[in-house]
Design a protein around this ligand. Structure first.
Ligand SMILES: *Cc1c(COP(=O)(O)O)cnc(C)c1O
Length: 415
């Protein structure tokens, strides 16, 4: 049996406990959705206000040089690189994750001419698959997207596969792929890899170069705490940077944007050509907020973040099974913490109204169709005592059957 006193003891011994102070967290709310929208760092408001008032307001267009706005996509990219096992010049911040999937996929396909197949799995996030379908249509349906169950990937790799495109963490179940092993399997078949790190970057240590990854993309607004709609990132391994091309020829990707040439020529040069993955003018206010989010990782040991993430997830599973036996909740995530991301999901046929009732009681997780209750554990600001309290409130929802109330069945636009 695990008690509340045990949770307090775990908090008292937590080497990351002080980081919680860096975030704005509403008193009455237990926030278990940092995997969808990271919490607001206390530093962000002042940082963005400074860019607005002192830079935009005072220096106007001079700021592009004076405050190096033009260098922000690379500067912020380098901070992300440190979290994902990349070199500083291998990552740039631009656009949305969806668009970066499109650009990376085009680059990878053009490096594997003659191969037809884009291979992915059923655990991938729909937008990644949609982008692949759209690109295949644009390329006159010469390519085919094949989607297999996660355990069928190795068998589906053959000499017709151009790209293996996977999301490392299944957004529904939290199942974690073995990036290194699957990248090696793809390479053995002659294919390239694209890893979507939406639920990885900032959640645990990622080692792209140690895994020999080719391309990667990821979100700024989840574990990186960059704010709603924060720009995304794209990683291109150094060895592909001179050869890789993407189809959205924008002036920010040009070799000399301010020469205003009539013809496109992608950015050249060692350590520079990642910039060809830029398209248009960078969103400076959003980049400033994302940079403030990334600054919260300064001095943070990601191995410690991983240890705590697994411990929080293990505690949640143990407490749900201890306190809520017989209520029809079944674990949808791997029980082994090493095979999970930083979330735990349970299935229940009434998952949607149960989550709405739980949110009404101040515990914010989310619901993913058809029956998944999803709880994200962000080690920078979630405490062990929060896990205890969340499970107690979930127990009240189940025992008192709050979720039967009709208002909890009404589907909102965003779930
Ligand atoms: C959240 C998420 C996205 C979101 O893409 P946007 O373009 O930012 O909307 C993409 N892929 C995965 C795997 C995600 O989890």
């Amino acid at each position: 049996m695990t008690s509340l006193a045990d949770c307090w003891a775990m908090d008292a011994q937590d080497p990351l406990a002080a980081l919680r102070e860096r975030f704005v967290l509403p008193d009455a709310m237990i926030y278990l959705d940092g995997n969808s929208l990271g919490a607001l760092p206390k530093a962000t408001e002042a940082r963005v206000r400074d860019v607005i008032a002192a830079q935009w307001g005072k220096d106007l267009i001079k700021s592009w040089n004076q405050h190096d706005w033009i260098g922000l996509p690379r500067r912020v990219g380098a901070k992300i690189a440190a979290l994902i096992g990349a070199r500083p010049h291998e990552v740039v911040v631009a656009d949305s994750t969806s668009l970066n999937v499109f650009k990376a996929l085009h680059a990878a396909l053009s490096l594997r001419p003659g191969r037809r197949v884009i291979l992915s799995d059923e655990g991938n996030f729909p937008t990644d698959l949609y982008m692949a379908q759209g690109l295949a249509e644009l390329l006159d349906d010469k390519h085919e997207l094949i989607v297999v169950p996660p355990e069928g990937i190795a068998d589906a790799l053959n000499d017709d596969v151009a790209v293996l495109m996977l999301t490392e963490i299944d957004y529904r179940t939290g199942r974690k792929h073995d990036m290194k092993a699957l990248t090696a399997a793809a390479h053995a078949a002659g294919a390239l890899t694209i890893w979507d790190l939406a639920h990885s970057a900032g959640a645990f240590p990622v080692d792209l170069n140690g895994s020999d990854a080719d391309f990667a993309v990821g979100c700024g607004y989840k574990y990186l705490n960059g704010g709603p709609g924060a720009p995304a990132f794209i990683f291109i391994a150094e060895r592909w940077q001179q050869a890789a091309s993407q189809p959205l020829f924008g002036w920010m990707g040009h070799d000399a944007p301010f020469a205003f040439d009539l013809d496109y020529r992608p950015r050249q040069g060692p350590g520079e050509s990642i910039d060809r993955f830029l398209v248009g003018t960078p969103p400076i206010l959003s980049l400033a907020a994302l940079e403030a989010g990334l600054d919260q990782f300064a001095g943070v040991d990601m191995a410690e973040v991983r240890r705590k993430s697994i411990a929080l997830g293990d505690l949640f599973i143990a407490l749900v099974e201890q306190e809520l036996a017989g209520h029809g909740l079944t674990l949808a995530s791997p029980r082994d913490g090493n095979r999970r991301g930083s979330q735990v999901s349970f299935r229940h046929p009434e998952g949607y109204p149960i989550m709405q009732a739980l949110i009404a009681r101040g515990v914010v997780g989310d619901f993913r169709a058809p029956d998944i209750l999803r709880f994200g554990f962000t080690p920078l600001y979630v405490r062990y005592q929060d896990v205890w309290e969340a499970v107690q409130r979930l127990r009240v929802v189940m025992v008192e059957q709050d979720w039967q109330r009709p208002e909890y069945r009404r589907r909102a636009a965003v779930t």
